[in-house]
Write a protein that binds this ligand. Sequence first.
Ligand code: ZN
Length: 246
Amino acid sequence: MITYNPDLKIFSSTKINDKTYFSGFSTSDLGDARNLNTFTDFFNQQNIPYKKLVILQQIHSTNIEFSENLKTEDKIEMIEDTDGVITKNAGVILTIRNADCVPLLFVDKASGIIGITHQGWRGSLKKMAAKMVSLITDAGAKKDKLIVVIGPAIGACCYDVNDDLYYNFLEEFDGYSNKVFMMKKGRWHLNLAHLNYLQLVESGVKKENIDFFPFCTKCDNKRFFSRRRSGTESFEEMFNFVMKLK
Ligand SMILES: [Zn+2]
């Protein structure tokens, strides 16, 4: 279940958060995550002890890296040209930023391995979620124990795509493209979050281990930033994170 914490001003999933794991999805109340201080202020003010904060320089790719080296003195690790990251280490906060794109958090509590990915239409079309399931299980996570939380993203209500893109998705998702598109006012609308949900299920993640976010970032202008609402020139972003505390 997704719940809201009014003190922290974040949403989180009861499937992940407990005494050992901490995760969340920021709201616009916490400010623009394109500003690095928005991240660091949040973790410092909440007295969350961490060894390293991992920030991705996202490029809408399907590149996934490992954050393993804790020897660096630097508390912030910037990873270039990547949209997903995995770690086995406690005290490492994995983050991604979004403003309509889908954030996915991955936790296997049995092995202690965690991951995070960012995917808009490009990453979803290239099956980023399935790639992460494959890599994180190769790294030792148990697929039948893997918890995945789908964060706030643009809803099908607001996400119209052009016909060329629609046909690209039809080719790639032969079996279930009809479940993720709807026609509205003569335009195809894509349900990105549901597309990622179906990819996760097809990859072997158990349905009961997937938590799902019920809001649309564009419709819900009180709580979320949205690139589609603000325009590509002036949009702000939320941050999404997951960590093993100890
Ligand atoms: Zn909407």
